[in-house]
Design a protein around this ligand. Structure first.
Ligand SMILES: [Zn+2]
Ligand SMILES: [Zn+2]
Length: 328
Protein backbone atom coordinates (compact mmCIF):
# COMPACT_ATOMS: atom_id res chain seq x y z
CA UNK A 1 0.00 0.00 0.00
CA UNK A 2 1.23 3.48 -0.76
CA UNK A 3 1.16 6.20 1.84
CA UNK A 4 -1.79 8.57 1.97
CA UNK A 5 -1.00 11.61 -0.09
CA UNK A 6 -2.00 15.14 0.64
CA UNK A 7 -2.02 17.30 -2.41
CA UNK A 8 -1.08 20.90 -2.03
CA UNK A 9 -1.63 23.59 -4.53
CA UNK A 10 1.98 24.73 -4.24
CA UNK A 11 4.80 22.55 -5.49
CA UNK A 12 6.35 20.37 -2.86
CA UNK A 13 9.30 18.34 -4.01
CA UNK A 14 9.46 14.77 -2.79
CA UNK A 15 12.30 14.21 -0.33
CA UNK A 16 14.31 11.59 -2.22
CA UNK A 17 16.31 12.54 -5.27
CA UNK A 18 17.92 9.97 -7.52
CA UNK A 19 20.41 10.25 -10.36
CA UNK A 20 19.31 9.60 -13.87
CA UNK A 21 21.37 6.97 -15.73
CA UNK A 22 23.13 7.22 -19.08
CA UNK A 23 20.77 5.16 -21.23
CA UNK A 24 17.71 5.44 -19.03
CA UNK A 25 14.25 6.23 -20.42
CA UNK A 26 12.95 9.66 -19.44
CA UNK A 27 9.54 8.40 -18.35
CA UNK A 28 11.26 5.35 -16.86
CA UNK A 29 13.40 7.65 -14.73
CA UNK A 30 10.31 9.52 -13.53
CA UNK A 31 8.59 6.26 -12.63
CA UNK A 32 11.68 5.04 -10.75
CA UNK A 33 11.92 8.33 -8.89
CA UNK A 34 8.21 8.24 -8.00
CA UNK A 35 8.55 4.65 -6.80
CA UNK A 36 11.51 5.60 -4.58
CA UNK A 37 9.31 8.25 -3.00
CA UNK A 38 6.26 5.96 -2.76
CA UNK A 39 4.28 8.33 -4.91
CA UNK A 40 1.87 7.19 -7.62
CA UNK A 41 2.03 8.35 -11.21
CA UNK A 42 -1.24 10.25 -10.79
CA UNK A 43 0.43 12.42 -8.16
CA UNK A 44 2.92 13.57 -10.78
CA UNK A 45 0.22 14.26 -13.34
CA UNK A 46 -1.63 16.33 -10.78
CA UNK A 47 1.51 18.31 -9.94
CA UNK A 48 2.03 18.97 -13.64
CA UNK A 49 -1.66 19.86 -14.10
CA UNK A 50 -1.95 17.15 -16.75
CA UNK A 51 -5.46 15.96 -17.44
CA UNK A 52 -6.44 13.02 -19.59
CA UNK A 53 -4.05 10.58 -21.21
CA UNK A 54 -1.22 13.04 -21.90
CA UNK A 55 2.17 11.98 -20.52
CA UNK A 56 4.92 14.31 -19.29
CA UNK A 57 7.00 15.85 -22.11
CA UNK A 58 9.32 18.82 -22.64
CA UNK A 59 6.54 21.26 -21.76
CA UNK A 60 6.83 19.99 -18.20
CA UNK A 61 10.62 20.09 -18.06
CA UNK A 62 10.91 23.15 -15.83
CA UNK A 63 8.54 21.85 -13.16
CA UNK A 64 10.02 18.36 -13.41
CA UNK A 65 13.50 19.77 -12.97
CA UNK A 66 12.35 21.51 -9.81
CA UNK A 67 10.59 18.42 -8.46
CA UNK A 68 13.31 15.90 -9.22
CA UNK A 69 16.34 18.11 -8.61
CA UNK A 70 17.74 17.09 -12.02
CA UNK A 71 19.23 19.94 -14.05
CA UNK A 72 16.87 21.24 -16.70
CA UNK A 73 19.56 20.80 -19.38
CA UNK A 74 19.91 17.14 -18.47
CA UNK A 75 16.21 16.40 -18.09
CA UNK A 76 14.79 18.11 -21.18
CA UNK A 77 16.52 15.94 -23.82
CA UNK A 78 15.07 12.83 -22.13
CA UNK A 79 11.53 14.00 -22.71
CA UNK A 80 9.59 14.07 -25.96
CA UNK A 81 9.34 17.36 -27.82
CA UNK A 82 6.66 17.57 -30.48
CA UNK A 83 6.89 19.85 -33.52
CA UNK A 84 3.81 18.56 -35.34
CA UNK A 85 3.35 16.35 -38.38
CA UNK A 86 6.18 15.09 -40.58
CA UNK A 87 6.34 18.31 -42.61
CA UNK A 88 6.55 20.34 -39.40
CA UNK A 89 9.42 18.23 -38.14
CA UNK A 90 7.72 15.40 -36.22
CA UNK A 91 9.34 15.03 -32.83
CA UNK A 92 12.61 14.92 -30.94
CA UNK A 93 13.69 12.64 -28.12
CA UNK A 94 17.16 11.65 -26.80
CA UNK A 95 18.63 13.89 -29.49
CA UNK A 96 16.95 11.85 -32.23
CA UNK A 97 14.49 13.52 -34.52
CA UNK A 98 11.68 11.37 -35.94
CA UNK A 99 9.53 12.81 -38.70
CA UNK A 100 6.86 10.20 -38.01
CA UNK A 101 5.82 10.10 -34.38
CA UNK A 102 4.27 6.66 -34.77
CA UNK A 103 7.80 5.25 -34.74
CA UNK A 104 8.08 6.24 -31.09
CA UNK A 105 6.19 4.09 -28.59
CA UNK A 106 5.45 6.76 -26.08
CA UNK A 107 2.05 5.68 -24.78
CA UNK A 108 2.35 1.91 -24.77
CA UNK A 109 5.57 0.94 -22.99
CA UNK A 110 7.29 -2.37 -23.64
CA UNK A 111 9.86 -3.92 -21.32
CA UNK A 112 12.50 -6.59 -20.81
CA UNK A 113 11.60 -8.03 -17.36
CA UNK A 114 15.13 -9.49 -16.96
CA UNK A 115 16.72 -6.05 -17.44
CA UNK A 116 14.33 -4.39 -15.02
CA UNK A 117 15.03 -6.97 -12.33
CA UNK A 118 18.80 -7.15 -12.86
CA UNK A 119 19.62 -3.52 -13.63
CA UNK A 120 16.76 -1.77 -11.90
CA UNK A 121 15.90 0.75 -14.58
CA UNK A 122 14.07 1.13 -17.89
CA UNK A 123 16.13 1.52 -21.05
CA UNK A 124 15.45 4.24 -23.62
CA UNK A 125 16.21 1.65 -26.32
CA UNK A 126 12.79 0.05 -25.74
CA UNK A 127 10.77 3.01 -26.93
CA UNK A 128 10.97 2.59 -30.68
CA UNK A 129 8.20 0.46 -32.17
CA UNK A 130 10.10 -1.17 -35.03
CA UNK A 131 12.80 -2.61 -32.69
CA UNK A 132 11.06 -4.67 -29.96
CA UNK A 133 14.28 -6.35 -28.80
CA UNK A 134 16.50 -6.44 -25.73
CA UNK A 135 19.97 -6.82 -27.21
CA UNK A 136 21.52 -7.63 -23.86
CA UNK A 137 19.33 -10.64 -23.11
CA UNK A 138 18.63 -11.57 -26.70
CA UNK A 139 14.87 -11.62 -26.16
CA UNK A 140 11.83 -9.86 -27.54
CA UNK A 141 10.28 -7.13 -25.42
CA UNK A 142 6.78 -7.55 -24.03
CA UNK A 143 4.01 -4.96 -23.85
CA UNK A 144 1.52 -7.13 -21.97
CA UNK A 145 1.66 -8.36 -18.38
CA UNK A 146 2.13 -12.13 -18.15
CA UNK A 147 -0.29 -12.26 -15.19
CA UNK A 148 -3.26 -10.04 -16.01
CA UNK A 149 -2.63 -10.10 -19.80
CA UNK A 150 -3.36 -6.37 -19.98
CA UNK A 151 -1.19 -3.81 -21.78
CA UNK A 152 1.62 -2.46 -19.60
CA UNK A 153 1.10 1.19 -18.63
CA UNK A 154 3.30 4.00 -17.39
CA UNK A 155 0.75 4.60 -14.71
CA UNK A 156 1.79 1.74 -12.43
CA UNK A 157 3.16 1.42 -8.88
CA UNK A 158 6.88 1.12 -9.72
CA UNK A 159 9.05 0.15 -12.67
CA UNK A 160 8.87 -3.60 -11.94
CA UNK A 161 5.25 -3.91 -10.80
CA UNK A 162 2.22 -4.03 -13.06
CA UNK A 163 -0.92 -2.01 -12.36
CA UNK A 164 -2.45 -5.39 -11.38
CA UNK A 165 -0.05 -5.41 -8.42
CA UNK A 166 2.15 -8.30 -9.51
CA UNK A 167 5.83 -8.29 -10.37
CA UNK A 168 6.54 -8.48 -14.07
CA UNK A 169 7.88 -11.79 -15.26
CA UNK A 170 9.27 -13.00 -18.54
CA UNK A 171 7.16 -15.33 -20.65
CA UNK A 172 7.41 -18.82 -19.15
CA UNK A 173 8.25 -20.45 -22.45
CA UNK A 174 9.73 -17.86 -24.74
CA UNK A 175 8.90 -19.80 -27.89
CA UNK A 176 10.95 -17.52 -30.04
CA UNK A 177 14.15 -15.60 -29.62
CA UNK A 178 15.60 -13.07 -32.03
CA UNK A 179 18.25 -14.49 -34.34
CA UNK A 180 21.69 -13.09 -35.15
CA UNK A 181 20.41 -11.02 -38.08
CA UNK A 182 17.84 -9.36 -35.82
CA UNK A 183 20.31 -8.67 -33.01
CA UNK A 184 22.82 -7.17 -35.44
CA UNK A 185 20.19 -4.93 -37.02
CA UNK A 186 18.98 -3.78 -33.60
CA UNK A 187 22.58 -2.96 -32.57
CA UNK A 188 23.25 -0.92 -35.68
CA UNK A 189 20.11 1.15 -35.31
CA UNK A 190 20.10 1.62 -31.53
CA UNK A 191 23.78 2.51 -31.31
CA UNK A 192 23.18 6.26 -30.75
CA UNK A 193 21.05 5.48 -27.69
CA UNK A 194 23.20 2.87 -26.02
CA UNK A 195 25.35 3.37 -22.94
CA UNK A 196 29.04 3.72 -23.75
CA UNK A 197 29.99 0.61 -21.77
CA UNK A 198 27.63 -1.69 -23.65
CA UNK A 199 28.84 -0.24 -26.96
CA UNK A 200 32.33 -1.58 -26.33
CA UNK A 201 31.04 -5.11 -26.02
CA UNK A 202 29.03 -4.81 -29.22
CA UNK A 203 31.68 -4.19 -31.82
CA UNK A 204 31.16 -7.68 -33.22
CA UNK A 205 29.44 -6.81 -36.47
CA UNK A 206 29.82 -3.79 -38.68
CA UNK A 207 26.82 -2.16 -40.33
CA UNK A 208 26.71 -2.11 -44.14
CA UNK A 209 27.84 1.25 -45.46
CA UNK A 210 24.35 2.31 -46.63
CA UNK A 211 23.09 1.81 -43.10
CA UNK A 212 26.00 3.15 -41.11
CA UNK A 213 25.18 6.85 -41.43
CA UNK A 214 21.40 6.69 -41.38
CA UNK A 215 19.53 8.82 -38.89
CA UNK A 216 17.31 6.88 -36.54
CA UNK A 217 14.32 8.16 -38.52
CA UNK A 218 15.82 6.85 -41.77
CA UNK A 219 16.76 3.49 -40.26
CA UNK A 220 13.33 2.89 -38.72
CA UNK A 221 11.54 3.86 -41.94
CA UNK A 222 13.77 1.54 -43.99
CA UNK A 223 13.06 -1.30 -41.54
CA UNK A 224 9.35 -0.67 -42.11
CA UNK A 225 9.86 -0.79 -45.87
CA UNK A 226 11.72 -4.11 -45.65
CA UNK A 227 9.39 -5.77 -43.16
CA UNK A 228 5.82 -4.58 -43.67
CA UNK A 229 4.79 -6.95 -46.49
CA UNK A 230 3.99 -10.52 -45.49
CA UNK A 231 3.44 -11.69 -49.05
CA UNK A 232 4.79 -10.58 -52.45
CA UNK A 233 3.18 -7.57 -54.12
CA UNK A 234 1.20 -6.61 -51.03
CA UNK A 235 -0.29 -3.11 -50.99
CA UNK A 236 -0.31 -1.20 -47.71
CA UNK A 237 -3.11 1.17 -46.78
CA UNK A 238 -2.06 4.77 -46.37
CA UNK A 239 -4.14 4.90 -43.20
CA UNK A 240 -2.36 1.98 -41.56
CA UNK A 241 -2.77 2.29 -37.74
CA UNK A 242 0.97 2.39 -36.97
CA UNK A 243 0.44 4.06 -33.63
CA UNK A 244 -1.68 1.17 -32.33
CA UNK A 245 0.56 -1.75 -33.29
CA UNK A 246 1.52 -4.26 -30.59
CA UNK A 247 5.01 -5.51 -29.77
CA UNK A 248 4.03 -8.80 -31.40
CA UNK A 249 3.18 -7.01 -34.65
CA UNK A 250 6.51 -5.16 -34.67
CA UNK A 251 8.34 -8.36 -33.72
CA UNK A 252 7.04 -10.09 -36.85
CA UNK A 253 7.77 -7.04 -38.99
CA UNK A 254 11.27 -6.67 -37.57
CA UNK A 255 12.07 -10.35 -38.08
CA UNK A 256 11.04 -10.17 -41.73
CA UNK A 257 13.03 -6.95 -42.17
CA UNK A 258 16.20 -8.39 -40.61
CA UNK A 259 16.07 -11.55 -42.72
CA UNK A 260 15.41 -9.59 -45.92
CA UNK A 261 18.23 -7.16 -45.19
CA UNK A 262 20.48 -10.17 -44.64
CA UNK A 263 19.41 -11.51 -48.05
CA UNK A 264 20.05 -8.13 -49.61
CA UNK A 265 23.57 -8.09 -48.16
CA UNK A 266 24.36 -11.49 -49.61
CA UNK A 267 23.74 -11.41 -53.38
CA UNK A 268 24.50 -15.14 -53.63
CA UNK A 269 21.16 -15.87 -51.96
CA UNK A 270 18.64 -15.69 -54.75
CA UNK A 271 15.52 -14.00 -53.55
CA UNK A 272 12.38 -12.24 -54.60
CA UNK A 273 13.28 -9.19 -52.55
CA UNK A 274 11.93 -6.66 -55.04
CA UNK A 275 8.44 -8.16 -54.63
CA UNK A 276 8.66 -8.16 -50.83
CA UNK A 277 10.29 -4.85 -49.94
CA UNK A 278 7.69 -2.09 -50.08
CA UNK A 279 8.92 0.36 -52.69
CA UNK A 280 6.60 3.29 -51.81
CA UNK A 281 8.15 3.53 -48.32
CA UNK A 282 11.68 3.65 -49.75
CA UNK A 283 10.56 6.30 -52.24
CA UNK A 284 9.15 8.36 -49.41
CA UNK A 285 12.48 8.27 -47.60
CA UNK A 286 14.16 9.36 -50.85
CA UNK A 287 11.75 12.26 -51.34
CA UNK A 288 11.26 13.31 -47.71
CA UNK A 289 14.45 12.36 -45.91
CA UNK A 290 15.48 13.74 -42.57
CA UNK A 291 19.14 13.83 -43.60
CA UNK A 292 21.17 13.64 -46.81
CA UNK A 293 22.62 10.20 -45.94
CA UNK A 294 19.03 8.93 -45.48
CA UNK A 295 18.18 10.14 -48.96
CA UNK A 296 21.32 8.65 -50.48
CA UNK A 297 20.70 5.29 -48.86
CA UNK A 298 17.08 5.20 -50.01
CA UNK A 299 18.18 6.04 -53.58
CA UNK A 300 20.83 3.33 -53.41
CA UNK A 301 18.26 0.74 -52.26
CA UNK A 302 15.78 1.78 -54.96
CA UNK A 303 18.48 1.39 -57.59
CA UNK A 304 19.70 -1.96 -56.30
CA UNK A 305 16.30 -3.52 -55.68
CA UNK A 306 14.21 -2.16 -58.56
CA UNK A 307 16.78 -0.56 -60.85
CA UNK A 308 14.79 2.61 -60.27
CA UNK A 309 16.32 6.09 -60.18
CA UNK A 310 13.71 8.68 -59.27
CA UNK A 311 14.25 12.36 -59.95
CA UNK A 312 14.37 13.98 -56.58
CA UNK A 313 14.49 17.63 -57.54
CA UNK A 314 12.15 18.73 -54.79
CA UNK A 315 14.34 17.03 -52.27
CA UNK A 316 14.83 19.99 -50.01
CA UNK A 317 11.40 19.66 -48.37
CA UNK A 318 13.07 18.96 -45.07
CA UNK A 319 15.96 21.28 -45.71
CA UNK A 320 13.97 24.14 -44.26
CA UNK A 321 14.13 22.50 -40.90
CA UNK A 322 17.53 23.68 -39.95
CA UNK A 323 19.12 21.90 -37.04
CA UNK A 324 19.28 25.21 -35.25
CA UNK A 325 15.53 25.67 -35.19
CA UNK A 326 14.95 22.13 -34.04
CA UNK A 327 17.38 22.16 -31.20
CA UNK A 328 16.87 25.57 -29.65
ZN1 LIG B 1 17.06 -7.33 -21.12
ZN1 LIG C 1 -0.61 -7.24 -14.66
Amino acid sequence: MSMPIHLHSELTSPPLQIECLEDESGLGYLLRWLGTNHLPFRWLKKMLAIRGPRLPDTRDAIVLSYLTGIEHDQLKPMLMKTFGNAKEGGMLVYGQQLLFRDLYRFRSPQICPSCIHQKGYISRCWEFGPIPICIEHGVYLIDHCEHCKKPIRWDRPTIDICQCGRIFSSPVNPSERPGIAELNLARWVLKPLMASESLHSLEASKAPSWMEHLSMDGALRIIKAFGICQTPYEAISSSYPWGKCTSQFWRDLFRRAALRIECFLDPSISSELCTLVYQPFLERVAFYPLTTPDKESALYLLKQLYDYEPLTHFDSAKGHLSQKRLFD
